[in-house]
Every structure is written in C-alpha cells, then in structure tokens.
Design a protein around this ligand. Structure first.
Ligand code: RIB
Ligand code: CA
Length: 336
C-alpha cells in the first residue's frame, strides 16, 4: 500500500465531526496520530467526551490519544456586545448525554475506559509537529481554529512540518446558523482563523459552498446503513440526526433534505483532493466585530493588483465521489 496519510484532527465533536472521526479511524489509508478537541458545537468538556466515545466506539483507544484544547475563543467572547459572548453554547437543560451528537440512537453506553491525555492540545500539537519531518503531517481542522492559532503563535516553527492544513470553515454564498453571513467555525473564533490564514500554512479551505454541494440525503444515509455494520449504522444515525439541525429545516420542503456532513468532506479531500472544486484565493476574515464579524472575504482584485493567494478555496464538491468514499470505507472495514 502507498504510504498512509499521517493526520491529526482538531475537532469540536458534534455529529459531523463524529462522522469524520469514524471514517478517519476506519479508512486504512489514514494514520490518525491523535485528536485535539476544542470548544465550539459544545463546551470543550463535552466535545472531548464525545471524541473519546468515538475513539472507544471504533476500539482505537490503544492508538489514538485525545488531547483537550481551548474551551473559549481567543477574543470574541470578551466583548459583551458580541453574540459570541454567550459561548460556550449552553448545554440544553435536561438533555442527557450523548450531548452534541444529536442523540444518535446507536452510541453504546459510554464505558469511558479511556480518558483524555495529560498534555493539553496545544502542547501536544507543538511537540508532535516539531518532532516530525518537514511536510510530514496533514492537519485537519474541523472546529473553531483556536488551538491551531495558539500553537502557531506560540511556535511558528510548526508551519513547515504541516504538509497541508485542511480547514472546514468559511463561506462565500452561505451562512451558518448563528450569523447572517459567517460560517460557524469562523464565527466562533474569527481572530483565530485570520491568524491561521496569515501564518503561511499550505491551506485548503472547505467552506459551506463545498459542503452544501456534497450533501447527503436520507436515502443516501439508508444506503450507508445497508453496509450492515455497527459503524455503518452509527454513521447513518449521525447523518440523519444532523439533518434535523435547525439550519436545514424547511430548505427543500418538497424534496429530500440535503444534509451537509461538513467535516467528513474536509477529511475526504485529504485522500481524494479531486473531490473539491477549488481555486487559489486570498481569503481574510472580518474581525471588526460588526454584523459581518467572522465572515470570510475573498479578495477579488485582479491583474497587477491581485494579491498573493493564501489558500485554495473550495467553491464546490463532487457529491458522488464523497458518497462512494464513505460506502467504500465502510464496506472495506466490514471485510476485515
Ligand atoms: O459550519 C459547520 C461547522 O461548524 C462544522 O464543523 C460543525 O461541526 C461545526 O463545528
Ligand atoms: Ca466541527
């Protein structure tokens, strides 16, 4: 087999992060070195717990360590005037665990045989990346960029160690559910994304424009479930439960709900770069604290005044390739 992709995932495990984590642990072309958690979908205590449950569910606790990271963003919660000052997202009273996994029905009762590692996320990221060779590790960031920003500010020497930084974040033609124009990961910590975009990584942005075009439908979810394994069942449940999220309700009352499994598409692009329709772009983040706080903005100047690109921006995706990757990984794992 060709060399595996050495990857680190930074997650704020909710349902679509959980789908990406399971696929990262099942796809044998990936060598998942570890997972760092961050506050975002939920407070970091819960995103860490949810991540531990996914590692336990895939029985990878002997290989995959989980490292707790930042609970709050760098700046955005400090001002009482910003919507982010309500973060972390309050735990819904009376909602039992599995918090943040949208009540996926088949998550086994947590045994919690595994605990988070002693090192915090930023310390482990810096140590692991510094010990690696240049361009050896791919970083897949699918939550707010707080941990990555802290790590690169603390030790910029990690930049050449990262083969590619794949970020699920940003948007051009869409918005998330908390802002009139910003995607959630960017909205939670706008300054962190801007720091990361300016840090010099080889960055691929996987924004809502791509993830919404690679949607999964409920009948696709049943096709996934038909693989007939506990992991397939779990993925189908997570996908269907994510589909009940507020941002998707009523989008297409006639047709099937289009469910964007954002984080899994970001991971898929590591194995299949061609899954993304992409263009070189100069992208920055509105950190001015107004209505557009957290919006990702593409610099549209052309010709001699065109700026240097700082990322590849995915404006679309190949839905069929994404879906067939999911089914293939599950099918191959079944045969093992
Ligand atoms: O906007 C979608 C992103 O925000 C996904 O990563 C989801 O898990 C949340 O973190
Ligand atoms: Ca996420």
């Amino acid at each position: 087999m060709a060399d595996k992709h050495k990857i680190i995932m930074d997650v704020d495990t909710g349902s679509d992060d959980a789908v990406a984590l399971i696929l990262a642990m099942l796809d044998d072309t990936f060598d998942l070195l570890g997972v760092t958690s961050v506050g975002g979908n939920l407070e970091v205590k819960l995103t860490t717990e949810n991540t531990l449950r996914m590692v336990e569910f895939c029985e990878k606790q002997d290989r995959v360590g989980v490292y707790r990271g930042a609970d709050l963003p760098l700046v955005s919660t400090l001002l009482p005037t910003t919507a982010q000052s309500q973060l972390p997202l309050p735990r819904r009273e009376g909602v039992s665990v599995p918090e943040g996994l949208h009540h996926a029905a088949h998550i086994p009762t947590p045994k919690f045989t595994i605990k988070e590692q002693d090192d915090c996320a930023v310390v482990w990221l810096i140590h692991t990346l510094r010990a690696a060779g240049d361009g050896e590790i791919t970083l897949v960031a699918v939550g707010p960029l707080t941990n990555i920003a802290l790590a690169v500010r603390a030790d910029p020497r990690i930049v050449p160690k990262v083969k590619e930084l794949v970020i699920m974040g940003g948007a051009e033609q869409y918005a998330g559910s908390n802002s009139m124009c910003a995607e959630f990961n960017a909205w939670v910590d706008p300054e962190a994304l801007e720091i990361v975009l300016q840090a010099g990584f080889k960055t691929t942005l996987v924004p809502l424009d791509a993830t919404f075009s690679a949607y999964i439908t409920p009948s696709d979810a049943e096709r996934i479930r038909a693989v007939g394994t506990p992991q397939a069942d779990m993925l189908a449940d997570l996908i269907l439960k994510y589909g009940t999220a507020s941002m998707l309700k009523g989008i297409d009352p006639e047709g099937e709900t289009h469910i964007p499994i954002h984080d899994a598409l970001a991971l898929c692009s590591v194995r299949y770069p061609q899954v993304l329709k992409r263009k070189a772009a100069c992208c920055h983040v509105d950190i001015s604290g107004g209505h557009a706080y957290g919006q990702t903005i593409l610099d549209r100047r052309r010709g001699e005044s065109a700026p240097e690109p700082n990322c590849e921006f995915a404006f679309g995706a190949d839905r069929e390739l994404f879906l067939s990757w999911i089914v293939d990984v599950l099918t191959k794992a079944k045969g093992e």
